[in-house]
Design a protein around this ligand. Structure first.
Ligand SMILES: [Fe+2]
Ligand SMILES: [Fe+2]
Length: 228
């Protein structure tokens, strides 16, 4: 709620200046103090609506944790892309560079949401990700286990929004729930193909690297959209 001392500050904002000018035009006989009084009550109403829709400190903290997780995902996949590039796996490198960008987009989406809801998104410090892998199989095994960890974190966050009765954040997070289903399904499809290649490290891996950007996974989301 706005305190009277904050009124002068608020009047400096364009929005409230516009309201004040509008009041002055429609009610030219009002004194300046009367106009300021009406404006004050409008400001109080605005702040009340804003505070009702604000995220709680608990949800803000957990969303900021998720910002960190998505940022780390982006760095991890960037490290995987760089390693693959040095090993001559151009297709895998392109796939991982793109995946890294997508994780950055997931992080940005969270940052924007936290700030729009009256919180403060914090850009976190990150640990260095693994930079060397024995081969493509352990690389994609690590990717799948990382995505499963992220899925757990999203689920915990969704659970917290229900406990806090924060249905706006709950609704916002459904996009992440669907995204995790797709990402896990894709990682499992890729791992299946790598296990099929088995010991055929020559032409098998060559073709895998050539075709990876075209690999897609049918997930439960596709079934609900009628595309299976
Ligand atoms: Fe993500
Ligand atoms: Fe992901």
């Amino acid at each position: 709620m706005i305190l009277p001392n904050d009124l002068e500050d608020l009047l400096e904002l364009d929005l409230f200046l516009d309201i004040q000018i509008g009041l002055g035009l429609f009610f030219p006989k009002f004194s300046l103090n009367q106009i300021k009084g009406v404006n004050y009550y409008l400001c109080c109403g605005y702040e009340t609506i804003k505070s009702i829709n604000m995220i709680s400190q608990r949800i803000e903290a957990q969303l900021n944790e998720q910002v960190k997780s998505e940022a780390f995902s982006s760095q991890l996949y960037l490290a995987m892309a760089s390693w693959a590039e040095t090993q001559g796996f151009e297709g895998v490198a392109a796939f991982m560079y793109k995946h890294s960008e997508e994780e950055r987009a997931h992080m940005l989406k969270l940052i924007k949401f936290v700030n729009e809801r009256g919180g403060h998104a914090i850009v976190p410090a990150l640990e260095a990700p693994t930079s060397k892998f024995d081969s493509l199989l352990p690389l994609f095994e690590e990717l799948l286990s990382h995505e499963m960890e992220i899925t757990n974190k999203i689920n915990e966050l969704v659970h917290a929004t229900l406990e806090e009765k924060d249905y706006t954040t709950h609704n916002f997070l459904q996009w992440y729930v669907s995204e995790q289903i797709e990402e896990e399904a894709l990682a499992r499809t890729i791992l299946d193909k790598l296990r099929l290649i088995g010991d055929d490290k020559g032409s098998g891996l060559y073709m895998f690297d050539r075709d990876i950007t075209g690999i897609t996974a049918k997930s439960a989301n596709d079934a609900t959209e009628g595309t299976v």
